[in-house]
Design a protein around this ligand. Structure first.
Ligand SMILES: Cc1cc2nc3c(=O)[nH]c(=O)nc-3n(C[C@H](O)[C@H](O)[C@H](O)COP(=O)(O)OP(=O)(O)OC[C@H]3O[C@@H](n4cnc5c(N)ncnc54)[C@H](O)[C@@H]3O)c2cc1C
Length: 436
């Protein structure tokens, strides 16, 4: 109680009562007359991790490992263990997360509930493809072991299920063997969007592929950026350094956003030109490669007290070049652009969850400071392109998509609703279904 829970984007605001599980073995739900929502580490941007005027059940206290087999790479843990803790435990034994999002400060249950993706979706699919089992606690006291082969529909509803089917108390994961957590990268300076698509086509054998785009570049330069591909190196892992570097931090939230058209243009231009050659090779350590934003603590504060919204869409492959071009054009014209726009092509491995976001196509993700109605109007305009192209938005990053767009992008939502726990709800779910 007493802790203020926000989402990573600090938008929208919400008021909660919060509970920490006082159990490990015999789960119970608090007996209260408002709805409850399981909560991980709050790294989702919008309201899928918020339950305004309701209650949160904070998972982070369930932070114990249960078992780790160094020979097989099978790991069992409680739901609140964070990915950074897993890496610390398993890396020295040659194991790694087969799928990781762009921050290591997320819980295992949070990664399951959003069925997160990483830079290797084209080869490894989503987080749920590596979940061997999860334990689901329902508010009626039922406890279900869900695997791809047992209670399969519960499994399909719960992975990517936004915490709505019950409380995940523990999970078993299959890790990936690597010789080293270091990644040998090749970074291409790309002049426009067409070059992104060409590079990507030629890079499907690489474990990791991703691009950073200068969203303010216009006309012939639209879509220019850096295309990065890489593989784990063969060199054995260096022993972890005992010396902890002091991490830069944003100590306070400024009253207004430090991200504005001027700072954006400057940042994007400097970032684009920081590499002079068309191709550069490097060996990158795990954190700067996978988690560059984690290097600055509380970087989300830079967006000021009103917070920010992330817009992450996926566009089907056949129409992706035109639709992404149109989205970038709209953003550049608005001058409201984002400073770390990420472009990534998903592969065609079918997702396991009824509501999983990842699907064949190209995903574009960008942040916008919340400046009131004009920000919402811009995002509505982006929706026109995304949905005309048959795309979808990512619930983990969303604070404003309409019910119509959710239901269009997630056609299995009505089947999913049959598995929702009646005691659980979220701001997101109420908005996109009108449910209580
Ligand atoms: C810098 C940054 C980079 C990111 N990069 C990526 C990326 O590359 N790919 C990607 O897919 N995502 C990415 N994300 C989003 C992030 O990975 C997801 O939002 C993730 O699910 C957050 O996990 P969390 O532990 O913080 O959970 P929260 O945000 O607190 O909750 C997420 C969901 O999990 C549910 N949940 C939490 N605990 C439980 C439980 N015990 N039982 C049942 N449900 C539960 C919640 O109800 C909620 O619906 C990024 C986020 C940030 C901040």
């Amino acid at each position: 109680m007493g802790q203020r829970y926000t989402s990573w984007g600090n938008y929208p605001a919400a008021e909660h009562i919060a509970f920490t599980p006082q159990w490990r073995e015999k789960p119970w739900f608090p007996d209260i007359d408002v709805s409850i929502l399981p909560r991980g580490n709050g790294r989702s941007y919008g309201d899928s991790c918020l339950n305004d005027q309701g209650a949160l059940l904070d998972t982070t206290a369930l932070d114990r490992f249960i078992n780790f087999n160094r020979d097989t790479g099978v790991l069992s843990c409680e739901a609140g263990v964070q990915l950074c803790d897993i890496l610390r435990l398993v890396e020295p034994h040659g194991w790694f997360l087969p799928v990781t999002p762009g921050t290591q400060f997320v819980t295992v249950a949070g990664a399951i509930a959003n069925d997160v993706h990483g830079k290797n979706h084209h080869l490894r699919g989503c987080f749920s493809h590596h979940v061997l089992a999860l334990q689901l606690e329902r508010s009626d006291g039922e406890s279900l072991c869900c695997t791809p082969h047992e209670n399969t529909e519960w499994f399909r509803a719960t992975v990517g299920g936004l915490g709505l089917t019950g409380f995940i108390s523990r999970a078993t994961l299959q890790l990936m063997h690597v010789d080293s957590p270091f990644v040998a990268t090749e970074t291409f300076k790309t002049q426009n969007l067409s070059e992104f698509f060409e590079r990507n086509e030629a890079s499907q054998a690489f474990e990791y592929t991703v691009a950073w785009i200068d969203c303010l570049a216009r006309s012939a330069k639209r879509g220019r950026g850096h295309y990065i591909r890489g593989n784990h190196t063969n060199a054995p892992a260096n022993p972890p350094s005992r010396q902890r570097k002091r991490q830069p931090t944003i100590p306070l939230t400024p009253p207004i956003s430090a991200i504005n058209p001027l700072s954006l243009r400057l940042f994007n231009s400097l970032y684009y030109h920081r590499q002079r050659e068309t191709l550069s090779h490097a060996t990158q350590a795990r954190d700067p490669f996978f988690y560059p934003l984690d290097g600055i603590r509380h970087w989300n504060r830079l967006y000021g007290r009103r917070g920010f919204l992330q817009y992450q869409c996926v566009i089907p492959p056949a129409v992706a070049p035109e639709a992404i071009d149109e989205l970038l054009d709209k953003i550049a014209r608005s001058r409201a652009g984002s400073f770390l726009v990420v472009l990534k092509a998903f592969g065609d491995i079918p997702s396991r969850g009824m509501l999983s976001f990842a699907r064949p196509g190209v995903t574009l993700a960008m942040d916008f400071p919340y400046l009131g109605p004009k920000t919402l109007a811009l995002l509505d305009d982006l929706d026109t392109t995304t949905f005309a192209a048959g795309g979808a938005l990512y619930p983990a990053k969303d604070a404003r998509m309409s019910a119509e767009h959710f239901q269009q992008g997630y056609p299995e939502w009505a089947t999913f609703a049959r598995y929702k726990d009646p005691a659980i709800s979220s701001g997101f779910w109420r908005r996109v279904t009108g449910d209580s």
